[in-house]
Ligand binder design. Structure first.
Ligand SMILES: Cc1cc2nc3c(=O)[nH]c(=O)nc-3n(C[C@H](O)[C@H](O)[C@H](O)COP(=O)(O)OP(=O)(O)OC[C@H]3O[C@@H](n4cnc5c(N)ncnc54)[C@H](O)[C@@H]3O)c2cc1C
Length: 384
């Protein structure tokens, strides 16, 4: 089993050597940087939660999620994508059939294959339970899937996708399953890539499935277990995004600190102005809160408290990242608007991180649900 400090150092080095120097070029070219994900695999970043027998690092979720704080200093979309891949690897190693694991686990941890997680559909984003992509369970246990998924990250680039599907026409969620679909399965087609204003290196598109048949050993979670599995995957994803947001806040803060300590005005440096110090203190304060929230959530994922803890982290950290990007842009004055300082890229990433894997509003829905449960246990308020 790898030591978390070694992996964090490897993530920091990957971010400094591979991500930061190249991300502008990746965005200009608009192609997923496969050589970067290959290097991430060599650095041990693509099988964080998988056992060593499958080439993974055997880390706990609590430790492994910290990797995204390091990667988020370079780019939040890159951190998000590697976190999705690691969730797929985790599900395959933890819940896949023996034959499926033998075929895919080492490919995923070595980066030879990349994984995508596919839940969203054109009509069901926040209301994920309204999905309609339908799998027919055949007599031999194979699944035949027909439907259309939306917002598929790494579309046409990942090699294997974990799809959340319905297996009956019944209402409700008890028939939901999770099934693996290789990119090259017969009947899979990707629509044209979405045009995004930033994070252009992340291919996104709809995925069409026309009578796609996969064998029984591709079922990762059978009907009845699929929804619970998908929700746990989402809790890991939300916590990972909150960690990535901490990296983003640190990147903005360090740029602003460096700038303000060098910029002379009114006979001193900008950093000597108390108004500026207070703005930076607020950013540092937001960073501290976001970090505490994601680390608490990382320790609780998979327990009954996990969903609400992940919701608190995902509610707070992306908004904090958006505030940090805006504040630090302002601190740089006109220079904050120039491309080399990267503030515009950080703002767009923070806005994206507010939406992906459950919007800020949906986090409030999750927290409110737990408050309603708590209210049920309270007696009437006694008047004095
Ligand atoms: C860059 C990117 C990558 C993505 N990658 C993937 C992926 O790989 N796999 C995948 O499955 N999905 C992916 N998604 C989809 C993402 O998870 C959804 O976009 C997200 O869940 C929101 O769904 P929606 O876009 O359909 O918005 P909607 O659900 O249509 O929401 C529209 C607005 O209504 C608000 N709203 C919704 N319900 C409520 C409510 N009850 N109360 C108050 N407000 C509400 C929302 O907060 C939002 O502001 C990706 C999205 C992005 C932006």
């Amino acid at each position: 089993m790898a030591d978390i400090e070694t992996i964090l150092a490897a993530a920091r080095k990957h971010c400094d050597d591979v991500v930061k120097p190249s991300v502008d070029n990746w965005n200009e070219v608009g192609v997923w940087p496969r050589s970067a994900s290959d290097q991430a695999a060599k650095a041990g970043l693509l099988g964080l939660y998988c056992p060593t027998e499958f080439g993974g690092q055997g880390l706990s979720l609590e430790d492994g999620i910290r990797v995204y704080e390091e990667l988020g200093k370079g780019d939040g979309a890159y951190a998000f994508t590697l976190s999705m891949h690691n969730i797929v690897s985790f599900a395959v190693c933890g819940f896949g059939s023996d034959s499926f694991k033998q075929k895919w686990a080492k490919k995923l941890t070595s980066g030879e294959a990349l994984g995508g997680f596919v839940l969203t559909e054109p009509q069901s984003g926040s209301d994920a339970g309204a999905l309609v992509t339908r799998a027919v369970v055949n007599d031999d246990g194979s699944y035949t899937i027909t439907g259309r998924k939306a917002w598929v990250s790494l579309s046409n680039e990942a090699d294997i996708f974990l799809l959340v599907v319905k297996t009956s026409d019944e209402r409700g969620h008890s028939d939901i399953a999770m099934v693996a679909v290789p990119r090259d399965a017969k009947g899979v087609r990707f629509s044209e890539r979405y045009e995004t204003p930033s994070y252009n290196f992340l291919p996104l598109s709809d995925m069409h499935l026309d009578q796609v048949t996969v064998p029984a050993d591709h079922v990762i979670l059978p009907p009845g277990k699929g929804l619970g599995g998908a929700l746990m995957a989402i809790d890991i994803a939300r916590t990972s995004i909150a960690a990535g947001c901490c990296g983003l806040i640190e990147a903005a803060l360090d740029t602003a600190l460096s700038f303000a300590s060098q910029r002379n005005m009114f006979g001193k440096t900008e950093l000597d102005l108390q108004g500026i110090q207070w703005m930076l203190s607020d950013v540092a304060h937001d960073l501290e809160i976001s970090r505490l929230l994601y680390r608490k959530a990382a320790g609780l994922v998979g327990t009954p408290e996990g969903p609400v803890a992940a919701a608190h982290a995902k509610l707070y950290a992306p908004d904090a990242a958006l505030r940090a990007a805006a504040t630090c842009t302002q601190l740089l004055g006109g220079y904050g608007l120039l491309k080399p300082y990267q503030m515009d890229r950080l703002s767009r990433l923070a806005q994206m991180l507010k939406i992906v894997d459950g919007t800020t509003e949906i986090q409030r829905v999750v927290i409110s649900r737990s408050l309603k449960n708590r209210a049920k246990d309270l007696g009437p308020v006694t008047m004095p």
